[in-house]
Design a protein. Structure first.
Length: 202
């Protein structure tokens, strides 16, 4: 009786395994298909929800709208504090783009003066000097670059750690001087992330 029960149990296990194999091997779903687009030489760093990508290429940063590639060349200025000074430059890097098409990155003014820019795709780009890096722009046009936050009203906010990305709510994430992950709420200061991660909202 015990042996028969064990045999039945084994048969059931074999049947379950066989059913599982049939389930896994049957074409109940198909893998999603993606179309790869060659954006040309260089590296693409960011893409918005409209499928517009930006990146760095040989000699110039670029924008690719899914159909064609355009090098980023623009007029720029230092803002209301110096309205008469303007020039034309080619972007060296493009590391962020938001859903409004606002792009950020860096360009170089002769001989080696690196500037952060925020460009809306037309008109003059806002130029910030001396700041060597920009990595992301959110929907409000806030740009994060290194230990600096650049706001659309030309305000420059010094941060207490390196910012690497920011969301549409203005929360910045990055790394401190001891290579620890940090987060900065809007208007606050960077704090280290607990090992358990961020607390859930609410």
């Amino acid at each position: 009786m015990h042996l028969r029960s064990a045999r039945n149990s084994n048969s059931g296990a074999a049947l379950l395994a066989l059913s599982g194999w049939a389930l896994l091997s049957s074409p109940l779903w198909s893998a999603p298909e993606y179309l790869l687009t060659d954006l040309g030489p260089g590296a693409a760093w960011a893409i918005n929800n409209h499928g517009v990508a930006v990146g760095d290429g040989p000699g110039a940063a670029f924008l690719h709208d899914g159909q064609s590639r355009t090098n980023l060349v623009f007029d720029w200025w230092y803002g209301p504090s110096n309205p008469d000074f303007t020039d034309r430059s080619t972007a060296a890097t493009a590391h962020g783009i938001n859903d409004h098409g606002v792009i950020t990155g860096t360009f170089t003014v002769w001989p080696r003066l690196e500037h952060v820019y925020r460009w809306e795709g037309s008109g003059r780009a806002a130029a910030f000097y001396p700041y060597p890096t920009a990595s992301s722009v959110n929907s409000a046009g806030h740009v994060i670059g290194g230990s600096t936050l650049f706001l659309p009203d030309w305000t420059v906010v010094a941060l207490n750690a390196t910012g690497l990305d920011l969301n549409d709510g203005g929360t910045v994430v990055g790394q401190d001087s001891e290579f620890r992950a940090v987060v900065r709420p809007p208007g606050g200061v960077f704090e280290r992330l607990a090992l358990g991660g961020l607390a859930p909202p609410g």
